[in-house]
Design a protein around this ligand. Structure first.
Ligand code: NAD
Length: 370
C-alpha cells in the first residue's frame, strides 16, 4: 500500500495480436507513475478474446467476469485476429473473439463509451483537415450511450400489404439518459466545462426526451455551458471547426457514426484511447484500434493509445488526476523525440523506435529522466 494508503486492483486483459506488447508497455508506464505518486497497483491477469477461445473454447469465461468484478478497473489491449486466416472466424458469431467484448460490456454494465480525440502539436501533419483548421486545436471526447437505443430496441420483419416491412425501435427511458448524462457532466467538469448534446430533436421523440433530461440536469451543473446540435450539423462541424467541441454527448447510433468520424480528424489510429464506464467509478479502458495482426510480435506497434487509456483509467476510475496528467505530459514530450513507424514521417527530426523503446521512453520521462 502506498504512503497515502491508496491501493487499487487492476484487471489486465492483454488480448490478441499486438495486445500483449502494448499492454506490457502500459503496465511499465503505470508502475512508474504509481512509484512517483505513492500508489500501490495490484494487477490481476485475465483472459478474453481469441486467446480465451484457444484455452477454454469460448471468448469470455464466467471466471473472467467474476475476476473483473473484484477489480477497480480493467485495462485491455485488443482482441481479435485476421478474419481471413484465423480459425477463430470459422466459429459461429457468438463464439468469435468480438463476442467476448460484447459479453463483458453487458456483464459489467458498461453503458457509456468515451472516445478521446486530441490533435497533438507535434502530430499536426497527420491531421487530414486544412492547416488553418488544425491550428485551432482539437481536443474533445465523445460520450456514446452503449446499451440502449436503436441497436437494442425491438426488431421485426413482417409482411404488410404483400411486401416485407422491417422495423427497429429507438427507445430510451429517462433513467438511461440520466445515468450517461451524469458521466458527461462529470467529464465536462474535469475538462473545459462545455457540453454539446447531439441529437435529432426536430424529428425524433427520443431526442426530445434527451433534450429535456439534459436541460433539467444542466441546472445541477451551473458551471457547465450546454448547447444542443442536430446530428447532421454535428457531422459537418466535426470537420469544419472541431475546436468548438469539448464534451459531446449522444445516443448509441449517432455516437457509433460520429466516433469513427472523430477518429479520422486526428489522423493517427495509434493515439486514440477509449473508456467504457459503468455506474460508480468502474471502467474498462482500451485503445480504439484493433489487434493489428499484420504487425503482431514484431515490436512495431504504437503503445501510446494503450498508455493514454491507462492515464484515463487513473483519472476516471481511480481519481488520480495528477498521475494521469503526468502520463499525458510524458506522451506529448515523447512524440517530440521518438516515434513508432505509424507516426514517423521523413525529416520530422525524431528517432524511429519500436513498441518497447517507446514504452521505456515514456516511463523514463515520468520517472524524471530526460
Ligand atoms: P486494426 O485497428 O487492428 O488495424 C488497422 C491498421 O492499423 C493495420 O494496418 C494495423 O497494423 C494498424 N494499427 C492498428 N493499431 C496500431 C498500433 N497500435 N500501432 C501501429 N499500427 C497500428 O483494425 P483491423 O485490421 O480492421 O482489425 C484487426 C482485428 O482487430 C480484427 O479481428 C478486429 O475485429 C479487431 N478489432 C478489435 C477491436 C477491439 O479490441 N476493441 C477494435 C477494432 C478491431
Amino acid at each position: 500500500m502506498g504512503k497515502e494508503g491508496k491501493s487499487f486492483r487492476i484487471g489486465v486483459i492483454e488480448g490478441d495480436g499486438i495486445g500483449p506488447e502494448i499492454v506490457r508497455e502500459a503496465v511499465r508506464v503505470l508502475n512508474q507513475a504509481a512509484a512517483r505518486f505513492d500508489v500501490s497497483l495490484e494487477y490481476v491477469p485475465m483472459v478474453m478474446g481469441g486467446c480465451s477461445i484457444d484455452r477454454y473454447g469460448i471468448p469470455l469465461t464466467e471466471e473472467t467476469i467474476a475476476q473483473a468484478k473484484t477489480c477497480d478497473a480493467v485495462l485491455m489491449g485488443s482482441i481479435g485476429g485476421d478474419p481471413a486466416v484465423s480459425p477463430w472466424y470459422q466459429l459461429e458469431p457468438s463464439k468469435r473473439p468480438e463476442a467476448g467484448l460484447l459479453g463483458i460490456r453487458k456483464a459489467l454494465g458498461l453503458f457509456a463509451n468515451l472516445r478521446f480525440s486530441v490533435l497533438y502539436e507535434d502530430l499536426k501533419d497527420a491531421c487530414p483537415l486544412r492547416e488553418d483548421i488544425a491550428q485551432e486545436g482539437i481536443d474533445f471526447v465523445i460520450l456514446r450511450e452503449l446499451t440502449g437505443g436503436l441497436y437494442f430496441g425491438e426488431k421485426k420483419t413482417e409482411t404488410v400489404n404483400g411486401e416485407a416491412r422491417a422495423t427497429d425501435v429507438l427507445a430510451y427511458s429517462e433513467s438511461e439518459i440520466r445515468r450517461i448524462a451524469v458521466k458527461a457532466f462529470d467529464s465536462a467538469m474535469l475538462r473545459r466545462k462545455k457540453l454539446t448534446l447531439v441529437d435529432k430533436a426536430n424529428v425524433l421523440e427520443s431526442s426530445r426526451l434527451w433534450r429535456k433530461v439534459v436541460g433539467e440536469m444542466a441546472k445541477e451543473y451551473p458551471e457547465v455551458s450546454v448547447d444542443y446540435m442536430y446530428v447532421d450539423n454535428a457531422a459537418m462541424q466535426l470537420i469544419r471547426r472541431p475546436s468548438q467541441f469539448d464534451v459531446i454527448l449522444t445516443e448509441n447510433m449517432f455516437g457509433d457514426i460520429l466516433s469513427d468520424e472523430a477518429s479520422m480528424v486526428t489522423g493517427s489510429i495509434g493515439m486514440q484511447p477509449s473508456a467504457s464506464l459503468a455506474e460508480g467509478r468502474f471502467g474498462l479502458y482500451e485503445p480504439s484500434h484493433g489487434s493489428a495482426p499484420d504487425i503482431a510480435g514484431q515490436d512495431k506497434a504504437n503503445p501510446l493509445a494503450t498508455i493514454l487509456s491507462a492515464a484515463c483509467m487513473l483519472r476516471y476510475s481511480l481519481g488520480l488526476e495528477e498521475a494521469a496528467d503526468a502520463i499525458e505530459k510524458a506522451v506529448i514530450e515523447a512524440i517530440g523525440k521518438v516515434r513508432t513507424a505509424d507516426l514517423k514521417t521523413d525529416g520530422d527530426g525524431t528517432k524511429l523506435v519500436g513498441c518497447t523503446e517507446m514504452g521505456q521512453y515514456v516511463a523514463r520521462l515520468i520517472g524524471g529522466e530526460k
